[in-house]
Ligand binder design. Structure first.
Ligand SMILES: NC(=O)c1ccc[n+]([C@@H]2O[C@H](COP(=O)([O-])OP(=O)(O)OC[C@H]3O[C@@H](n4cnc5c(N)ncnc54)[C@H](OP(=O)(O)O)[C@@H]3O)[C@@H](O)[C@H]2O)c1
Length: 242
């Protein structure tokens, strides 16, 4: 039986002000979760909280996940405010397209810190609280690039492959503790990021909608049968999975 009411439960969502993040925030608010929203822009977080119907109650945590001091304080701040944590959605991410030969040290560092290190640390810091939850779920937002290698995307691909590997290992580590860990790997989604990815053959008129990502994430949160869904790969019907 699918659970549909998460009143009194708490979800931590990163990248909440972005294209996919706003839809995720709205879906989580609709399920009844209290929200803790992370992103660089406070203004975008406020707009996301409003969009999610949580304008008054959401905890806004504006900050840079690349900064260790901020990153390692996030879960503590959620617990200080709400006293519990039930769902973690690691959605914040960056992407750029550039030949490996031209990729700077700082660019690679930012890619790995945002897309791998931050979700890793948030998972680590969330586990103790999730263990106490009756609906403990982690969803990491990967990409089709978690599996494929595209010209100009060695840095993004390295990061998303790493996120996939980390997710698989963690899912096995904490399954017996009642914590479900998933990765969702979409092809191009209709957000600002898709417009800067520009992979060869990408059809800008046929992108996945952010609401599709929210719908699948909702399914992962609400269905907790014995069939474990560790990974979901999404691409446009009739299209190659890029
Ligand atoms: N769009 C696609 O085609 C696509 C496809 C597959 C997977 N994905 C993945 O989906 C996720 C969301 O992407 P999106 O398309 O919604 O992109 P987006 O609109 O650019 O949103 C990215 C979000 O991440 C936040 N963020 C980035 N760096 C951060 C940092 N250092 N500290 C805190 N927050 C940070 C941004 O904050 P600000 O709002 O403050 O800038 C923004 O809210 C990413 O992990 C991406 O890799 C996207």
């Amino acid at each position: 039986m699918a659970r549909t009411d998460f009143s009194g439960r708490v979800a931590l969502l990163t990248g909440a002000g972005g294209g996919i993040g706003r839809s995720l925030a709205r879906m989580l608010g609709g399920l009844g979760f209290e929200l803790a929203l992370v992103g660089r822009s406070e203004e975008k977080l406020r707009a996301a909280a409003e969009y999610a119907g949580r304008a008054q109650r959401a905890l806004l945590l504006p900050g840079d996940l690349m900064e260790r001091g901020f990153l390692e304080g996030v879960v503590d701040r959620v617990l200080e405010r709400f006293g519990r944590l039930d769902a973690l959605i690691n959605n914040a991410g960056i992407c750029f397209s550039k030949p490996l030969e031209e990729t700077g040290y700082g660019e690679l560092d930012a890619m790995m810190k945002t897309n791998v290190l931050a979700p890793y640390i948030l998972c680590r810091d969330a586990i103790a609280s999730l263990r106490e939850s009756d609906c403990a779920t982690i969803v990491n937002i990967g990409s089709v690039v978690s599996h494929a290698g595209y010209v100009g995307q060695s840095a993004y691909g390295a990061a998303k492959h790493a996120l996939l590997g980390m997710t698989k290992a963690l899912a096995a580590e904490v399954y017996q503790q009642g914590i479900r860990v998933h990765i969702l790997c979409p092809g191009a989604v209709n957000t600002g990021m898709a417009r800067i990815i520009s992979r060869p053959g990408m059809d800008m008129d046929a992108l996945i909608s952010p609401e599709d990502i929210a719908d699948v994430t909702e399914f992962l949160l609400t269905h907790r049968g014995n069939a474990v869904i560790d990974e979901v790969r999404l691409h446009r019907a009739g299209k190659q999975p890029f």
